[in-house]
Design a protein around this ligand. Structure first.
Ligand SMILES: NC(=O)c1ccc[n+]([C@@H]2O[C@H](COP(=O)([O-])OP(=O)(O)OC[C@H]3O[C@@H](n4cnc5c(N)ncnc54)[C@H](OP(=O)(O)O)[C@@H]3O)[C@@H](O)[C@H]2O)c1
Length: 268
């Protein structure tokens, strides 16, 4: 029987590529979008409504999948958004919204599917974090910390549910060529702000990194390998070599040297 996979944020980017790939290789895929009716391409899998910051929406989404499929083998917590801005100036409402989408909502998705997975004595939850969550990046402190918090939650949840036959892991992508940059919340570049020039320069660099990123299909293939594995590692990193290297360097270099490397890279 084909495994049932629910992937949040499957209307574009990494989620769409992954949903298409998993469908193609035989999984029973359910994707989500806040506005499935706005989708203009014909998809070979159903797109279910989901607003990840809304409890009722999460409950209805999971209930619908269980009603249609009768079980749920894999949850891929992929939906997420970017945010940029100087820590001194960034609006706390935007910070809170980002954590709600990147961290609290995905945790609640896990809470919603766990009772069924426990009943089945099996299940896999793959949390999409980010290599940007391994370190505090300048002008991306909120994004880095929301993904970092989600990565740590992954570790705790994984240990708590292991004895029920449920596996949990994170996959941290590096830069991938999706439209995420166009949907990011950008704190405005304020005229006469002490950060005006350097923040604008960094925004340009960040956007270029994403548009020059690797093809999203790489993530789809990495996820399919994790699903096939059965016993996944705690964390996976997938992306350009130099970005994966940054985690290793952070682990072995003295903090000040690592900080200097990051600051030089971002011209601070
Ligand atoms: N691209 C990269 O370089 C990169 C790197 C590291 C990590 N990531 C992570 O990978 C994941 C996918 O990113 P992507 O690059 O594929 O971005 P994307 O193309 O912008 O896709 C984001 C998806 O999230 C959904 N979404 C956004 N806000 C939502 C909300 N409030 N409730 C429910 N769904 C919501 C969107 O669906 P609708 O708009 O249809 O609702 C969309 O399908 C994110 O978690 C991102 O942080 C991406």
């Amino acid at each position: 029987m084909a495994k049932v996979v629910l992937i949040t944020g499957a209307s574009s980017g990494l989620g769409l590529s992954t949903a298409l790939h998993l469908h193609k290789i035989g999984y029973q895929v359910y994707g989500t979008s806040r506005n499935p009716e706005k989708n203009t391409i014909t998809l070979p899998f159903p797109l279910i409504p989901l607003e990840i910051t809304n409890n009722d929406s999460i409950d209805s989404c999971v209930a619908l999948v269980l009603k249609k499929a009768g079980r749920l083998d894999v949850l891929i917590n992929n939906a997420g958004v970017g945010i940029t801005g100087p820590m001194e100036e960034i609006d706390l409402t935007a910070v809170s919204e980002n954590f709600a989408i990147n961290c609290f909502g995905p945790l609640q998705m896990a809470q919603a599917v766990l009772p069924k997975m426990r009943e089945q004595s099996s299940g896999l939850i793959i949390n999409i974090t980010s290599i940007a969550g391994v370190m505090g990046l300048p002008f991306r402190g909120v994004y880095s910390s929301s993904k970092s918090a989600f990565s740590i939650m992954t570790e705790s949840l994984r240990m708590e549910v292991k004895s029920f036959g449920i596996e949990v892991c994170s996959l941290a992508p590096g830069d991938y060529a999706t439209d995420i940059a166009s949907r990011r919340y950008h704190a405005p570049v304020i005229e006469n702000s002490p950060y005006q020039r350097i923040y604008q320069e960094n925004l340009d660099t960040m956007n270029k990194h994403v548009s020059d990123g690797n093809p999203p299909q790489e993530i789809a293939i990495a996820i399919s390998k994790i699903i096939k594995k059965g016993k996944p590692a705690v964390h996976y990193q997938v992306g350009p070599f130099v970005q994966k290297l940054s985690k290793i360097l952070k682990g072995i270099l003295p903090n000040r040297i690592f900080e200097k490397l990051i600051m030089n890279h971002y011209k601070l």
